[in-house]
Ligand binder design. Sequence first.
Ligand SMILES: Nc1ncnc2c1ncn2[C@@H]1O[C@H](COP(=O)(O)OP(=O)(O)OP(=O)(O)O)[C@@H](O)[C@H]1O
Ligand SMILES: [Mg+2]
Length: 473
Amino acid sequence: MKYWQKPKETGDVNNLAELITSGVTNLLSDFLTVVGVAVIMFIMNAKLAAIVLLVVPVIFFGIMYIGRFMRKAYGSIREMSGKMNAGVEENLAGIRVVKAMSQESENKNSFEKLNMDAFKAQIKAAGATALIFPFMSFTSAISTALTVLFGGLMIINGESAVTVGVIIAFISYTNRFFVPLRNISQVYGVYQNAAASAERIYNYFQIPIKINSPKQAVKLNSPLKGEISFEQVDFAYEEGKNILDGFDLKLPEGQITAIVGPTGAGKSTLIRLIPRLYDSSSGAIKIDGIDVRDMKIQDIRKNVMLVSQEVYLFDDTIRENIRYGRLEASDADVEQSAIIACADDFIRKLPQGYDTQVGEDGGHLSGGQRQLIAFARAVLADRPILILDEATSSVDASTEVMIQKALDNLTKERTVLIVAHRFTTLRRAQKVLVLENGKIAGYGTHAELLCHCDLYQELYNRQWSSSDIQESV
Ligand SMILES: Nc1ncnc2c1ncn2[C@@H]1O[C@H](COP(=O)(O)OP(=O)(O)OP(=O)(O)O)[C@@H](O)[C@H]1O
Ligand SMILES: [Mg+2]
């Protein structure tokens, strides 16, 4: 089963489906019966019919009142169960952290609170739903009592149109009138549930898509070459808190540029702007002189491959995860890419080889193995511009060799931007960009920066000089 075929929580949509299957289909016949019976009663005896149907407005307003209460209760059920499901998912995804920090009882308590809130919301809604039936039975009984009472009085008063037979017929019609009316009321209850869900679904659709392709996009006739320029780029995740500030730099095509800088300097942020995962708040980013906002988003992403810091793998086989780089690729192409990305070796050593399930978010694989699979994906996608956010997690020496070999293959004949955490990666770059607080602290070759850039010297002395010495030994 492919990951996208696996069932997920879709409570809101299920509630809409339930509305269709639970009684809406009978609604028309119920409605016609109610109207038909009312007409017959009026034809038999208009006065008596009017008395019987006196309860209809009471029913109408009563059901409307209960319905409004139900709508609110169902709304809060959906909200509470959404929170509860998110809680379950988060606790399961972070189970290792929870255990390592021995926070089980803390997390259990906060989950129990969420669970209790959801339970209370359910009870409230169930209470409101349960009111409908007795309310309808009560009004139906009142109606029957009114028929007998007023019908009896009419006979006593000698009204010739009313006989015992008419009263008995009216009692039977009253029953026939209330059964479909009860069904309609119950569907109304289900409708309230569906309406609460529809409101939530509608709200999702109302979330504006901020990053769109332009209406008049620049047509690209050939693959991009990869000259990337940042022109006075400002960027903030939250208004007023600029992460990038007047960033201005031109990177020539075909070059390998490494980006280094302290944690939180904005390295990952900077590269996310190129394939428009985010848009800059001012300034422009251009590839081959074309503003990325003037290109079709699919065109940019067909040319720019972003391998992010945390590799995400789908809960599927290794083969399908690599194929995600190019869905139409054959098995042979997938394996060839794995060979180029130096992933083939370890994959073949696994008992099921390429058909090994990687587990949720690649949980069955090590950090290094996940990275090699991400590289294989990038090889398969084969895009002219490669942006790589190197994982910070350290790997063992032999995996490190594999990663470096894979990088050699991957960066050949492309424009490459690598956020580098390892010196071995840094060494293959022609130019290094040093980033500090979203600003350029230095840009040049390793040798130039060692002479002129204080921050680079500091980073180098602290992080890499020992590995440099080891490598040169
Ligand atoms: N999605 C986000 N929403 C809000 N703020 C964010 C988001 N991602 C990053 N930031 C903030 O932006 C700043 C830069 O983060 P960024 O991830 O670009 O750093 P980095 O240089 O890649 O660091 P590292 O070397 O640790 O990966 C940080 O202060 C961070 O808190
Ligand atoms: Mg980062």
